[in-house]
Design a protein around this ligand. Structure first.
Ligand SMILES: Cc1cc2nc3c(=O)[nH]c(=O)nc-3n(C[C@H](O)[C@H](O)[C@H](O)COP(=O)(O)O)c2cc1C
Length: 410
């Protein structure tokens, strides 16, 4: 057992299924990943070393290496060369994909969470993903919850509404997520978003996830202002898309569950829209099993937002090995394999709701994706894009495999 290094006193397990940054291969899965035995802050400060990674890649890719050496190109030109390589292996007939009207090479993206800052965005941007979502930021700095922040749970398929799920002694494909949406200060993240946008390829999309921060004595309009201020700053820093998080199962204030109230959702989304103009706007929502409620939400947000991203996670309490509750008995968001079916079914439900309303809102499928079949399943359920979180953290090279497999089986 080890002590948390985030100041929290809760002991954390050393499960033996985590990789150190030095050991980069686990069960044949290569790549540097988030180290859940260490704090959020540590992972924020120790992103993968992209330059080193590129060096490793170029050792296996003499064509780029030779060109760089012979032409002495600048780093900007070097990036363009990588892009040409990437493009040469993408769909030669021209991409049929777009993300909210922006042409992209595939329907694959990374959901809000794993990309803690620009360095993480650039690392995964070099790994087969076309839409990168910068982890949710706020209008003021906020610390992360105490460790453990990621607790593996049993992979049993969830339906939503489970009273509890059980902790697992090793990471299969599902975990309870407990970060509490930490944020650096706006001064820091605004500069960092700008850096991320400037250094991603021009054919990649940077989406920035934002959330309002409820303060004592605030009503909905103050909260809406706070959401809109963050969205405005993100857009000003170069975000191609804004994603507003209307659902966080780990946060009990009203900003956590806004999506469950269509009128409040409309008010906040409209204020964001007013501040960001034509920048594409996505709302991230949680579990909604009821078709009527789904339809009301679509009706409220129609002509205000461009997309809905779902499902944030399924909320549940988590029991420890001895049967006691973790996280003080509070709910946490369960992510990964366990939520695939319920999230995919939700996309199908919302797709019918979109059709019923006659809305042009696009759906972004999120939840438990790690195979090509699952991507196809979301697409056939009505998603126009598929975003991943858990699987890219346990298997950083997954984007290469999925994008390649989607191309060859197109
Ligand atoms: C480590 C981690 C951090 C996350 N942080 C956020 C966040 O800051 N904002 C947000 O909207 N969703 C967050 N999520 C939820 C993901 O965006 C996604 O909705 C969820 O993980 C389901 O996808 P998955 O099954 O592929 O993990 C986080 C998820 C993970 C795993």
């Amino acid at each position: 057992m080890a002590k948390s290094d985030s100041g929290g006193s809760e002991p954390i397990r050393e499960d033996g299924d985590e990789l150190s940054r030095e050991r980069c291969v686990d069960n044949g899965k290569a790549g540097v990943r988030y180290d859940r035995s260490k704090s959020y802050r540590w992972n924020y400060d120790h992103p993968p070393d992209l330059a080193n990674e590129q060096n490793l890649a170029t050792q296996q890719d003499l064509s780029i290496e030779q060109v760089l050496a012979s032409e002495q190109v600048s780093s900007r030109q070097s990036k363009d060369l990588h892009r040409q390589e990437d493009v040469s292996v993408t769909d030669e007939s021209g991409s049929r994909w777009d993300f909210l009207g922006i042409p992209v090479a595939s329907p694959l993206g990374i959901a809000a969470g794993p990309l803690l800052n620009s360095a993480w965005c650039l690392y995964y941007g070099a790994r087969g993903f076309d839409v990168l979502t910068y982890k949710t930021v706020r209008s003021s700095a906020r610390e992360c919850y105490a460790m453990p922040n990621l607790v593996p749970v049993k992979d049993s398929t969830m339906q939503g509404g489970e009273a509890s799920v059980h902790r697992s002694d090793r990471m299969g494909g599902s975990w309870a997520v407990s970060f509490g949406m930490p944020s650096s200060s706006p001064e820091v993240w605004r500069r960092d978003v700008e850096f991320a946008r400037a250094n991603l390829r021009s054919d990649q999309v940077l989406s920035v996830s934002i959330v309002g921060t409820q303060q004592d004595g605030w009503g909905l309009s103050e909260l809406a202002d706070d959401y809109a201020q963050c969205a405005f700053w993100a857009a000003q820093s170069g975000a191609d898309v804004i994603e507003a998080n209307f659902s966080c199962p780990n946060v009990t204030t009203c900003d956590g569950q806004l999506y469950q109230n269509p009128d409040q959702s409309k008010l906040v989304a409209s204020e964001i829209r007013r501040r960001i103009g034509a920048v594409p706007l996505v709302i991230k929502i949680g579990f909604q099993p009821d078709f009527q409620s789904a339809t009301e939400l679509i009706r409220s947000l129609d002509n205000v937002v461009d997309g809905l991203s779902m499902t944030n996670s399924l909320a549940s309490r988590v029991t420890d090995f001895d049967g006691s509750f973790l996280f003080g008995g509070e709910h946490r968001g369960i992510c990964g394999d366990a939520i695939f079916q319920a999230s995919r079914d939700q996309v199908s439900r919302f797709s019918k709701a979109v059709a019923e309303v006659g809305s042009s809102i696009k759906l972004i499928g999120v939840g438990g994706i790690r195979t090509t079949e699952q991507v196809r399943s979301y697409l056939s359920a009505g998603a126009s894009a598929c975003h991943l979180a858990t699987s890219i953290m346990t298997d950083p090279e997954i984007g290469f495999r999925l994008s390649s497999s989607l191309r060859t089986s197109a």
